[in-house]
Design a protein around this ligand. Structure first.
Ligand SMILES: Cc1cc2nc3c(=O)[nH]c(=O)nc-3n(C[C@H](O)[C@H](O)[C@H](O)COP(=O)(O)OP(=O)(O)OC[C@H]3O[C@@H](n4cnc5c(N)ncnc54)[C@H](O)[C@@H]3O)c2cc1C
Ligand code: FES
Length: 507
């Protein structure tokens, strides 16, 4: 096992340690009952619950299944999604905060039930989840959250100390949460879907959709799929006819794995203050290691990405005596304006188009919430959680101020990036380095590999024209506006962009 995969990128332990079947590319036009675009945890669990109800499903994945955020998660299964319950009570009222908790609690239990009844070997382990602080300024926040737990009826509350051996001044605990190996879990569900007659396609990029009855999804290779229902489980919605780009922002986070020097007594941990530090145990090659994650930031913005890995590793070495890191990887998730995911009918005009996104780095349970809401809506069954998560809630947007702020941030990057003329030129870029440069009077992006081979691209993002920035942690060009990512040769690594960056031939 290695920290680097065949494409010379940092590898995720989950993907590296699993035997994953490969699926064919779509090669002909076809009709399906339910087309699910995206093969991450959202697409797979939704396909599974629909197939179990006897419906015919087909998953279409742009790259390979689970290779998006799902394959690069930290895989805590919990309803403890940061310090949110007090905030949700203030914003949405206690009944809605309770519904959010209930939906995620039931999702956690459903996942355990699937694992037990289907006999899935995926290192599922029940754990208590803690948010701790070593900063006295946060004690009040923890105590308010404890009050919120009480009003909602969450098992747990404020505790003076945590089992993990680290300095702290108190914590809030949520009992009986869990952790698992997400790729082993989902690989099993994929097999079940196949056995129930579901179809799975990889390397099949959906590019646009003509809405109708049925709707027609177009793929990059020219094939078309007509479907009675279309579910956008593509992380950033592949068909953005209602301005999701203005209502979601991407944030990256980093994960490293290493063996601690001292004994770890179990539990899932998150600190209350910034930068975020998350800890959980994982068994790799028969040894108990710890996964440390955090150091999140808006994609394509802030300090060089490599420094985020270094900061996490420094912290893990200082507090847990980790000497060697076996894995490091990073990924991004999407955050909605009011911190609630968008799950349900994409818009009112067509009851057959569905979306699930905006999981705010807590998609292990919220994807399962989404699977059940979408299944019930398609089957015309009542679902008591549907209204809370409905994407339509933005027609009466309570967070208009935030919408404006997000768009100002995008506009600043759009305009600021265009005017930028970096001081660097091609000759200033060292081997193994990437940087924004000025070439022929315009902003461009240059990367030189270790052998000195040069790759130059136009840094204008092909989604909506913001300027991409170099990601030194993953050797990619990342867009600060909606999180598209491109390889150093300009190929799309992650949408919403669909077209590669223009290559520049250097004379
Ligand atoms: C570092 C990190 C740690 C996290 N840790 C946790 C955690 O501990 N617990 C937790 O609950 N959550 C966690 N999360 C969040 C969780 O991992 C995500 O919310 C979840 O994986 C999202 O799943 P998804 O299926 O919606 O998206 P993805 O896994 O990204 O799947 C979407 C898929 O759609 C495909 N796709 C995109 N566009 C197209 C197209 N046009 N055509 C076809 N296919 C397309 C993509 O290739 C991708 O495979 C974490 C997130 C990060 C970034
Ligand atoms: S402009 Fe939208 S992702 Fe780049």
């Amino acid at each position: 096992m290695t920290m680097i995969n065949d494409n010379n990128e940092y590898a995720s332990y989950w993907l590296n340690s699993s035997k994953i079947s490969r699926y064919p590319e779509i090669t002909k036009d076809m009709h399906v009952d339910i087309a699910i675009i995206g093969g991450g945890i959202t697409g797979i669990t939704t396909a599974y619950v629909l197939a179990k109800k006897g419906l015919t499903v087909a998953i279409f994945e742009a790259t390979t299944v689970m290779n998006g955020t799902t394959g690069h998660t930290t895989a805590k299964i919990t309803a403890q999604h940061g310090l949110i319950y007090d905030e949700f009570i203030q914003h949405f009222g206690v009944e809605n905060a309770k519904l959010y908790y209930e939906a995620n609690r039931l999702a956690r239990n459903q996942m355990e039930k699937w694992i037990t009844t289907l006999g899935i070997e995926c290192d599922f382990q029940q754990e208590d989840a803690y948010i701790y602080t070593n900063d006295s300024n946060y004690i009040d926040n923890l105590k308010k959250e404890a009050e919120a737990y009480k009003s909602i009826g969450i098992e747990g509350g404020f505790v003076e100390d945590i089992p993990m051996d680290i300095a702290n001044q108190g914590a809030i605990v949520m009992k009986n949460q869990a952790r698992f190996h997400p790729v082993q879990f989902l690989t099993h569900l994929l097999q079940e879907i196949k056995e129930m007659g579901g179809e799975i396609y990889e390397n099949s990029v959906a590019t646009k959709m003509e809405e109708g009855n049925p709707s027609v999804v177009h793929f990059r290779n020219g094939n078309k799929v007509s479907a009675n229902y279309v579910i956008s489980a593509s992380h950033f919605p592949f068909h953005d006819d209602r301005g999701f780009f203005a209502r979601l922002h991407p944030e990256r986070s980093y994960v490293v794995a290493g063996k601690p020097e001292k004994e770890f007594t179990g539990g899932l941990y998150l600190n209350a203050e910034k930068p975020t530090r998350s800890v959980r145990a994982v068994t790799i090659d028969g040894e108990e290691l710890l996964l440390f994650s955090g150091d999140g930031h808006k994609t394509g913005q802030g300090k060089p990405e490599i420094e985020h890995y270094e900061a996490l590793e420094h912290w893990a070495s200082k507090h847990f005596g980790v000497k060697e890191f076996k894995y490091r990887w990073s990924a991004q998730d999407l955050i909605s304006l009011d911190k609630l995911p968008y799950i349900g009918r994409q818009h009112k005009d067509n009851p057959n188009i569905y979306v699930a996104t905006g999981f705010r780095k807590w998609g292990m349970t919220t994807s399962v919430v989404a699977a059940h809401i979408i299944k019930d809506l398609i089957m015309d069954k009542p679902n008591r959680f549907a209204e809370l998560f409905s994407p339509a809630r933005f027609q009466a947007d309570p967070s208009l101020k935030k919408l404006i702020k997000e768009n100002v941030n995008v506009a600043a990057n759009l305009i600021g990036g265009k005017l930028d003329r970096p001081d660097k030129e091609i000759k200033d870029v060292a081997n193994g380095e990437g940087a924004a440069i000025t070439y022929k009077g315009k902003r461009a992006g240059a990367y030189k590999n270790e052998a000195g081979e040069l790759f130059v691209v136009d840094t204008t993002c092909t989604h909506m024209g913001c300027e991409v920035n170099w990601n030194s942690g993953d050797n990619t060009w990342d867009c600060p506006c909606h999180g598209s990512r491109f390889s150093y040769t300009g190929e799309v690594v992650e949408g919403p962009a669909e077209k590669p960056l223009k290559k520049i031939e250097v004379e």
